[in-house]
Design a protein. Structure first.
Length: 324
């Protein structure tokens, strides 16, 4: 089969089409004939440092954390899926390919009327937001949620999920166009962080939960704008992983600092997320309360251009690869 393989870390040009060996599903796995694969920011790290982030250990790695397609084969212990089912799935590696194998528990049905591209854009962002904001930070209806990087794949989905479940939403983004997009989407207040200091704007809002991917100098500001008993969840630190913070802020407001990496979680942890989002979020996708936003699609062979777009940060929403 054809796949995009990285044999040496580097720029987008290292994403080359290669002919790779077909896979067989293990007893609890399904083999998916991939129709679309989501592109995520962490695929950029896998491409740049395949040994560290792709788990390649000197071997070639196929990036890609999420796909949608049709089940072509099932392992002999699979009970919930059958050949011919249309599914989307969370995977740990290997999505930029014509076929992929995955545990049946990490597959979800494609929501009614969704294209393969739309379905492929869902698993990584929905699982990440659910794990951090809902399971770890335990947000409740009516509590205020701030997500930085609001027009990222994560931001657009997380803000919609929270709004649909009854939480007022706040966000930051890097251009006025992105801010307009967020306010049109129904975010209560979004600001251009290049023009205004988010701490100044949100200091009186008493935010309950913040999902942050920026880190660095944002960290103390995040702690400062949280309400008593607030929770701060980290999924990245794009501006710095070693910020200096004042512990007094945490102690004086009973704050909780958390964070996670989705990829290394066990199948059991991911299966619990899958079950909960199928019950809670899938109906909201089907009744269109939450809509996937695809910024652009690329043919699989043009994965390098997809990465160039992602690294430009010009996109609003998800970038998806289409597999012929
Ligand atoms: N921990 C986990 O398990 C997990 C899982 C999924 C994603 N993530 C992380 O969540 C973040 C969003 O992922 P995604 O795939 O949705 O990304 P994405 O669509 O590429 O969006 C990232 C956005 O962040 C904003 N940004 C703010 N500061 C930035 C900086 N210093 N460098 C680059 N961009 C910056 C940019 O928009 P502006 O114009 O607004 O600056 C950019 O468009 C990434 O950092 C990713 O690594 C973590």
């Amino acid at each position: 089969m054809k796949a995009i393989q990285v044999s040496k870390g580097g720029g987008p040009e290292v994403l080359q089409v290669a002919e790779v060996k077909l896979q067989k599903p293990a007893p609890d796995e399904v083999l998916i004939s991939v129709k679309a694969a989501g592109v995520n920011r962490s695929d950029v790290l896998t491409r740049q440092h395949p040994d560290t982030y792709g788990g390649a250990n000197g071997k070639k790695v196929i990036p890609g954390l999420e796909v949608a397609g049709i089940i072509k084969e099932v392992g002999n212990k699979v009970t919930t899926r059958k050949v011919g089912d249309s599914v989307c799935a969370l995977i740990t590696v290997g999505g930029y390919a014509e076929e992929v194998v995955v545990n049946e528990k990490l597959t979800l049905p494609i929501p009614k009327d969704f294209s393969f591209a739309e379905a492929a854009s869902l698993p990584e962002v929905i699982f990440t937001v659910w794990f951090n904001v809902f399971q770890q930070a335990k947000i409740k209806k009516g509590e205020k949620l701030l997500i930085h990087g609001g027009t990222s794949g994560i931001g657009i989905m997380g803000l919609q999920m929270a709004k649909a479940l009854g939480m007022p939403t706040y966000s930051t983004a890097g251009t006025d166009e992105k801010v307009h997009f967020l306010t049109d989407m129904g975010v209560n207040q979004a600001i251009n962080y290049k023009k205004r200091d988010f701490e100044e704007v949100f200091k009186d809002e008493k935010i309950d939960v913040i999902l942050d991917m920026v880190g660095g100098e944002y960290t103390q500001k995040n702690l400062d704008i949280l309400a008593k008993n607030g929770r701060l969840a980290y999924i990245n630190g794009m501006n710095g992983l070693k910020p200096e913070i004042n512990l007094w802020t945490i102690m004086s407001k009973n704050l909780i600092l958390t964070g996670s990496l989705l990829k290394p979680q066990s199948i059991e942890v991911k299966a619990k997320i899958a079950k909960e989002v199928q019950e809670t979020i899938w109906p909201l996708l089907e009744d269109k309360s939450i809509k996937p936003i695809i910024h652009k699609t690329f043919p699989l062979a043009e994965a390098a251009d997809a990465h160039r777009l992602m690294e430009s940060s010009d996109h609003i929403g998800k970038i998806v690869l289409l597999v012929e």
